[in-house]
Design a protein around this ligand. Structure first.
Ligand code: CAA
Length: 388
């Protein structure tokens, strides 16, 4: 079995590392403090093609493979997880539904500007009363009598990049031409159009530079051409998109864990206590050994999920199992490793002078968004048993 990266994959990883360490890492603490959206570094990421890594060049992206996407996500997130979140939303949560289910016209109009990073995209599934139980959303899209537009009403919460997004993939329960419920459908909505309202900003524990807010549609008039896929296909689209997105979150988690581990390794060699480097103590070596081992296990699951994402695309199979396993294991590893890293650094781990406390705060979201750890276990358990 060959685990090595291709030359192209190594090149893109090295380019992402150089960019992330030189451009993002130096400003990460300041953006974490201010909670401002990092406009300039995201623009620079777009210039390198990182806002549409797997999107074909004809639609504004870089046309690379899922392994390259995972490598870039890990490198950017090792420098700053908030940048990783912004990159992942454009790439997967907005890019995948348009690429996989959009019409040619939708791709030209919406995917090209988002994948090229000219504007930001977002994905609106969660509502104040429905997070894990996504299917119970209340937002409603009612088809007009002449069948030419939908009137959409409803509130969405926790929308990553919501405050800065120009286009949003929005899910709603649909009332079709016959006045009957037609299930959930997906739409592209324009944040500058009438009836689109940005709501309250979410103050967050971590990934503070990624902007998050509520959004509300009030009698938003959505032309029927802006529905993505068929009427009633929305829930499946949402799930297929999350299967792709969770690989990105898994890679983000890997990046956070790697950064926390590398800082711990260096500190354990330099910091002295009782006349010796703390890294010579068995209690610290045990922690470092477990951190390294769990990170490598995460890396294998992340790379497997990215590789199988490409294979599934060829065969038409679902990547759900590998995607959920990678997201679950890597996110819990990021949380555990960053916790150990704070402990190894002692008081300095708790201080804002070093990035350890930021890694610890940022890691937490990876166990929550794009499906909590509990939901990933449910997905894996259902697939394994065939029971519900
Ligand atoms: N791919 C394709 N279809 C799928 C699918 C998948 N991965 N998972 C389910 N489906 C299909 C099923 O086959 C089923 O189809 P039929 O009706 O034809 O049989 C249909 O969808 C309904 O499936 P379930 O009965 O399994 O649905 P459920 O209501 O039990 O929910 C769930 C399943 C896995 C719990 C789902 O609700 C879920 O993933 N919840 C978590 C939601 C989530 O991740 N939210 C995060 C939002 S994004 C975010 O975090 C914001 C951000 O900006 C970063």
């Amino acid at each position: 079995m060959d685990f090595s990266l291709t030359e192209d994959q190594q090149m893109i990883r090295d380019a992402a590392r150089e960019f992330a360490q030189n451009e993002i890492a130096p400003v990460a603490a300041e953006f974490d403090r201010s909670g401002e959206f990092p406009v300039d570094t995201i623009k620079a990421a777009a210039e390198l093609g990182f806002m549409g890594i797997e999107i074909p060049e004809e639609y504004g992206g870089s046309g690379l493979d899922p392994v390259s996407y995972a490598l870039v996500m890990a490198e950017i997130s090792a420098a700053d997880a908030a940048h990783g979140t912004i990159v992942s939303v454009n790439n997967s949560l907005f890019g995948v539904p348009l690429l996989e289910f959009g019409t040619e016209e939708q791709k030209q109009k919406y995917l090209v500007p988002v994948a090229s990073g000219k504007v930001n995209g977002a994905y609106a599934l969660t509502e104040p009363q429905s997070g894990s139980d996504a299917g119970s959303m209340r937002a409603k899209a009612v088809l007009s009598e002449d069948g030419s537009y939908y009137t959409i009403n409803g509130k969405k919460s926790w929308i990553t990049s919501g405050p800065v997004a120009k286009y949003v993939v929005f899910f709603a329960q649909t009332v079709g031409a016959d006045g009957e419920s037609a299930g959930i459908s997906a739409f592209v909505v324009d944040a500058e159009a009438k009836g689109y309202l940005r709501g309250k900003l979410e103050p967050k524990l971590g990934i503070r530079a990624s902007a998050t807010c509520e959004i509300e549609l009030e009698n938003y008039r959505c032309p029927v051409e802006d529905r993505i896929g068929d009427e009633g296909q929305g829930f499946k689209i949402a799930m297929i998109v999350l299967d792709a997105g969770r690989v990105g979150v898994a890679a983000q988690s890997l990046g956070i864990a790697q950064a926390a581990y590398e800082a711990s390794l260096e500190y354990s060699r330099e910091r002295k206590a009782f006349g010796a480097a703390i890294g010579s103590f068995q209690s610290i070596q045990n922690k470092l050994a477990d951190m390294r081992m769990r990170i490598e296990a995460s890396r294998l699951l992340v790379m497997q999920a990215a590789w199988s994402k490409a294979e599934c695309k060829k065969t038409g199979q679902k990547n759900t199992l590998n995607s959920s396993m990678a997201k679950l294991f890597a996110s819990e590893t990021a949380m555990w490793v960053s916790h150990q890293a704070v402990q190894i650094h002692g008081g300095m781990g708790y201080s804002k002078e070093l990035p350890l406390e930021r890694y610890f705060r940022d890691a937490k979201i990876t166990e929550i968004y794009e499906g909590t750890s509990e939901i990933q276990r449910m997905v894996i358990g259902r697939l394994e048993t065939g029971l519900r």
